[in-house]
Design a binder for this molecule. Sequence first.
Ligand code: ADP
Ligand code: ZN
Length: 528
Amino acid sequence: TPQSNLPPRERALGFLREVFGYESFRNHQAEIVDEVIAGRDALVLMPTGGGKSLCYQIPALVREGTAIVVSPLIALMQDQVDALRQNGVSAACLNSSLNGAEANAVEQQLRRGELDLLYVAPERLTMPRMQELLEDSQIALFAIDEAHCVSQWGHDFRPEYIQLSILHERFPHVPRIALTATADARTQQEIIQRLALENARVFNNGFDRPNIRYRIAENNGNAREQLLRFIRNEHEGESGIVYCLSRKRVDDTAHWLASKGLNALPYHAGLSNDIRQQHQSRFLREDGIIIVATIAFGMGIDKPDVRFVAHLNLPKSIEAYYQETGRAGRDGLPADGWMLYGLQDVITLRQMQESSTAEETYKRVERHKLDAMLGLCELNTCRRQALLQYFGDSLDKPCGNCDNCLTPPETWDATVAAQKALSCVYRSGQRFGVNYLVDILLGKSSDRVQQFGHDKITTFGIGKELSSNEWKALYRQLIARRLLKVDLDGHGSVLLTEESRPVLRGEQQVTLRKLPKASRSSTRRSSH
Ligand code: ADP
Ligand code: ZN
């Protein structure tokens, strides 16, 4: 074991090499490890596969006492503990899968200071009994994994995470490190605020996953044939995940792929625990298994050689899309994020959102997230640039590794339409949402339009050449390209940006992807 009289960075490197067998730190690992070893808080944003675990595992070994790791992924704790033990690290977990005697034994180990790391489920950590146990033990640090679960606006909200602020209140001198692979600027702020991480240094590794090739296409009416062709042509015999929106679609798709001779297994919450465990562990341990799953599958799955993630339905947000595709290619080798979507997906997702019992403000955010996702689908420019921009990250030039970069789609000159859409935003005072703006462009004289006098402004009725759906798609595109932005704190009003001005002044052209026929008609009633 590295000697305790060496400087912390040396000791950290010693553990990295001797315990984990790696030569050097990567990304911001070294600085993060330094920060935590020195007893300070850290917030780590690192893409999947970036190497978050070592950021707390190494300080756990360097610092005196036991590191407490909070993770929502009970199913995976045991795997992580086993992997650590194989490296000779003393690790254990406390969760609902242990019986009373087993839990007692682990608690004894903690009290006696025999553990380097203890993985704990969030709901258990905040129980009074656990808090007392922690008071009686020496704690090296708290690691809060999947920290975005604390965000009510996020897609993985876990109410138990909110309680984790007590860690700071009861153990103010124990350093905390929060980690996540997915957090837009708003979620980052929420993590900081809810977990009282105001003093934490933020390490942002960026979100780019350059080895993942993003491809998004319309469902041509026979999605499973498209999927089969994709797998046979490009991923024969390789491991992959296929996401579907419903359990029924999962069962049908898995069954159908299997009937075509592929190694496909279903996974969703409607299957028994046993079957799910069995399918998950076959996927992890065998080569060439395809898991067909609902989003119930995958959080925290650490399988480095997943060669493709396919979506047969539209994910409900860019965060979800990014996180799910992010399960491909953790080993850094080329991998595919391949997706089909149809307008029916949009309708189904909107209906699910509308029928939920959530608060209106929450639903509004969900609607905008879905629109942003759709905007990404309809884009004709680099997907990666748009994806990164969504997370507040950036990429100087088109990536060359997404479908739009590789085979530019058919486009039309939308400059005049974009000017109309932008000036309508401007003339009505940047206080309205897309549906209302489209009414003005189409010259629909509703009570509301009259009440605001918008039937008198110059943009009233100047957009009759496009259908309501086409205008909505155009607005989504303008938002996806930052030519407009949505004010989420208000009522979803759209606002001009710096980038809108050159278009309004006629100094910049706007070219957009041609919409498929099915998306153009206005007969469908959107549930906005
Ligand atoms: P994350 O939790 O960020 O998705 P992990 O911590 O699971 O990522 O690490 C992803 C993979 O990279 C793992 O197989 C891990 O062992 C490996 N890894 C992490 N850090 C290093 C490093 N410094 N050198 C080499 N491999 C590393
Ligand atoms: Zn690209």
